[in-house]
Design a protein around this ligand. Sequence first.
Ligand SMILES: Nc1ncnc2c1ncn2[C@@H]1O[C@H](COP(=O)(O)OP(=O)(O)OP(=O)(O)O)[C@@H](O)[C@H]1O
Ligand SMILES: [Mg+2]
Length: 405
Amino acid sequence: MAKCWSATVGDNRLVLAIDIGLSKIDAVIADVGNGSEITVRGSGRSYTTGIEKGKITSQSELVAAIDRALKRAERDIGIRPANAIVSVPNFDFQFGYCTGLMIPKTLGKRLTEEDRLAAVHKSKKSIVTQDNLILHAIPVEYRVDNRVVESPVGINGESLEVTTHYIQADSDNVHALLSVIQTLNLHVAGMVYSPIASAQIFLSEQERIEGALLIDIGAESTSISFYKRNILQSTGTIPIGGNTINRDLSQCLSISDPEAERVKVKYGSLDIQNIEYRDKFELNALGQGWIEIKRQYMCKIIYSRVEELLKLIVKKVGIRPEFPYDIVCCGATTRCAGFEAIAATLTGHIVRVGPPRADAAHHIHADYGTALGLISFGLKTGAIVPHETPLNWLERLNRKLSRWF
Ligand SMILES: Nc1ncnc2c1ncn2[C@@H]1O[C@H](COP(=O)(O)OP(=O)(O)OP(=O)(O)O)[C@@H](O)[C@H]1O
Ligand SMILES: [Mg+2]
């Protein structure tokens, strides 16, 4: 990842984001100038361990994996900020809508911010939590005296009703994650559903306001999120991800999962037409050793799974030719050659992979998009407030040396 040094931003307004994906952990340390400009000062990645299909199964292994990513991120800067905003591993999220009705004490008076918050609070109370914790409760619609309004604050009314979109996470998993982060001596500044973070980077502000669909093809599943009016209006998942393709390859080609990952990344393509019929490569088959197979054969297996996934998305969202919103994809599977073309063919729309083309800064760091989005979201919501991180004498010396060499 390209380093981005800024002369104008101070060295000590640092924030830390940790995106805990099911295949990899990304850590980003960034400088935040005046609360809006984010300058990446260090980034690090490690393979995820201690999580099975989203559930934290070994806290010590997860601590070690996060620590590896953090050490890589802090290599250049020599500082580990104390506050971290983290994404919650993709496991058993529950989504839904609930409503809250608030009758102000003085009828017909102007509704205040406190009234708005009271209505949202009431809506949250109606959510059945059982074994879950509410991660986000996003107000998507307000009605004053049964009339839909953009914001109720300042309007005269006798009743205020709010519809809230909620996202719940498995409470055992959240508590295990908290304990993991605390073991690393970090303070949790916020926990975020990762598609909300991704949307900050992969969608432009205009797209988030006017409406856009963000499809994140992750390791074990694909999240589909619809943004409009700068709000996450709806979200859902399909239990197919990049690792599903690996399992298909392992089965069909009799190879181990790591070998499936290797050949998929090295030889995989969705641009089947442009693969020479005679094009072959070697793989290490279980019980057979190194054998040659046709590249087209393997790529057709990948193609079938991606085709199935995209068709399921089209059906779930109801994408038709007149679908008026931008469609944006992210997640490492979208790096497979020919992805944009197959996505366009199956959805019948232009599909963009990655951040908006005009956003040069985000393109530099697109690989760490979700982690960067955590910082952006944390700043917008006030979850992270950048503060001075005092340097000890060793860190100051390190800093000086790194500037000289
Ligand atoms: N060049 C590539 N071509 C195709 N697939 C790839 C490529 N690079 C990585 N992948 C696949 O992408 C998947 C991981 O995607 P990603 O890194 O977006 O997941 P994650 O963020 O760890 O998981 P999640 O967000 O679901 O928790 C793996 O299955 C991996 O095989
Ligand atoms: Mg991810």
